[in-house]
Design a protein around this ligand. Structure first.
Ligand SMILES: Nc1ncnc2c1ncn2[C@@H]1O[C@H](COP(=O)(O)OP(=O)(O)OP(=O)(O)O)[C@@H](O)[C@H]1O
Ligand code: SF4
Ligand SMILES: [Mg+2]
Length: 325
C-alpha cells in the first residue's frame, strides 16, 4: 500500500542570466508507504527541497504527477488547502517558521483557525504540544519564541504541524540548525510519532549519518534523479552506487579513506549525457568501470529512472554489471 507516489516527476526552472533551464528534478519516481520514514539524501543543489516542496503542491510539476491516497494532486487553491491538512511541512530553521510576536499557543492554533476547526481548540493545542514533547503544555501557552531553546522552538513547529493530524510530514533538514545535543531528541520525536500515530515522513538531509538514525528507507539523489534506493541498513552497509559510496566515505565513522570527488560541482542547467555522475565518478576514473566493460556506457548511456517501490535499486552500469557477474 502506498500513501504518496511521485510518478515521472520533472521540475524545470527558467535559466538564470541567460543560462539554459535548470532541471532541478529530472525524472523521479518515489513511493512513501503509511508509517514509513524515507530519508532523501544528497549534496547541496541536487533538488531535494524542490522535490519536497512538490509533495506539498507548492511547486507544480513540469511533467509527471504526485498522487496522494490514490488521487493525483489538484492544484486549485481550495483543493490544496484541504490537502495541506493531510500533508504538513516542517522547515529547517524554527526561528524563521515562527512569528516572534505570536505566543506558542497562537502559533500552534494557527492551523486550526485557518482550517475553521470546529472542535475544542485548547484541547487540540494541548494534545499537539504534549505529542511534541512540550509538557505540561499549559506551561508553554503564553511563551514567545525568544523565550525558548532552539530544540523547544522546533518542537513548537512540529506541534503546529501535528495539530491538524496529518498523515505525512515533509521535513526539510529538520535538525540542521540545531545543536548536536538536541538533534537526537528531535529525531527520536519523529520516530515516536511514526510509532504512536503511524505518521509517515519524508526527511530531507544532506547527512547520511542522520538518515541512519531515523529512516526505514533511503533515497539518494544526484542532480535531479534518485540514483540509489533501498532499506537504510542495506544502503549504509553495502552501498552500490559510487556516489553513495563517496557520501558514506566522508562520515567520521567510515572505515576507509574518504573519496574526494573530482570534476565540476553539479549544475542542473548542464546535466551531462550518459551517466550524469560520470565526470566525477571515482569508479570510472579509477579504471574499474573499464575493467567491467561498461566505461563507454558510463559516458554514453543514461542508466535510467529507478521505479519508486521499496526494493533495493541502483542507477549505475558498473554496479549492475558487477552484481550480475
Ligand atoms: N525558484 C527557482 N528558480 C530557479 N532555480 C531554482 C529555483 N529553486 C531551486 N532552483 C535550482 O534548482 C536546483 C535544486 O535546488 P534545491 O533547493 O531543490 O536543492 P537542495 O538539494 O535542496 O539543496 P540544499 O541542500 O542546498 O538545500 C539548484 O540548482 C537551484 O539553484
Ligand atoms: S554508471 Fe559509470 S559513471 Fe555512472 S556511477 Fe556507475 S560507474 Fe560511475
Ligand atoms: Mg534544500
Amino acid at each position: 500500500m502506498t500513501l504518496l507516489s511521485v510518478e515521472g516527476l520533472h521540475i524545470t526552472f527558467p535559466g538564470r542570466r541567460g543560462a539554459p533551464p535548470a532541471r532541478a528534478v529530472d525524472g523521479v519516481d518515489l513511493d512513501i508507504r503509511p508509517g514509513e520514514i524515507v530519508a532523501l539524501v544528497g549534496e547541496s543543489g541536487c533538488g531535494k527541497t524542490t522535490l519536497a516542496r512538490s509533495l506539498l503542491g507548492l511547486v507544480p510539476p513540469t511533467e509527471g504527477r504526485v498522487v496522494f491516497d490514490g488521487r493525483p494532486l489538484d492544484y486549485t487553491s481550495r483543493a490544496l488547502k484541504a490537502y495541506r491538512r493531510r500533508v504538513q511541512l516542517v522547515l529547517q530553521d524554527p526561528s524563521g517558521s515562527l512569528n516572534p510576536r505570536h505566543t506558542v499557543y497562537d502559533a500552534v492554533a494557527e492551523g486550526l483557525r485557518i482550517h475553521g476547526y470546529g472542535g475544542d481548540e485548547r484541547a487540540a493545542v494541548s494534545e499537539a504540544l504534549s505529542r511534541a514533547g512540550l509538557r505540561p503544555p499549559e506551561r508553554f501557552f503564553l511563551r514567545y519564541p525568544h523565550e525558548l531553546s532552539g530544540g523547544q522552538r522546533q518542537r513548537v513547529v512540529i506541534a503546529g504541524a501535528l495539530v491538524l493530524e496529518p498523515e505525512l510530514l515533509v521535513a526539510d533538514e529538520p535538525v540542521a540548525s540545531l545543536d548536536a545535543s538536541v538533534r537526537g531528541e528531535i529525531l527520536a520525536l519523529l520516530l515516536r510519532l511514526r510509532d504512536e500515530l503511524g505518521l509517515s515522513a519524508l526527511v530531507v538531509t544532506h547527512d547520511l549519518g542522520l538518515a541512519w538514525n531515523i529512516a526505514d528507507r533511503v533515497a539518494v539523489m544526484y542532480l535531479g534523479r534518485i540514483v540509489e534506493t533501498g532499506d537504510v541498513e542495506q544502503i549504509l552497509t553495502s552501498p552500490r552506487h559510487p556516489y553513495t559510496q563517496a557520501l558514506l566515505s566522508v562520515l567520521p565513522e567510515a572505515p576507509e579513506a574518504p573519496v574526494v570527488l573530482t570534476g565540476e560541482p553539479p549544475d542542473p542547467s548542464r546535466i551531462p549525457s550518459g551517466c550524469r555522475f560520470h565526470a566525477r565518478c571515482q569508479v570510472l576514473a579509477g579504471g574499474e568501470a573499464e575493467r567491467a566493460g561498461v566505461a563507454s556506457a558510463c559516458r554514453g548511456e543514461d542508466p535510467g529512472v529507478l521505479s519508486g517501490g521499496g526494493e533495493a535499486q541502483v542507477a549505475c552500469h558498473w554496479a549492475r554489471a558487477t552484481i550480475r557477474a
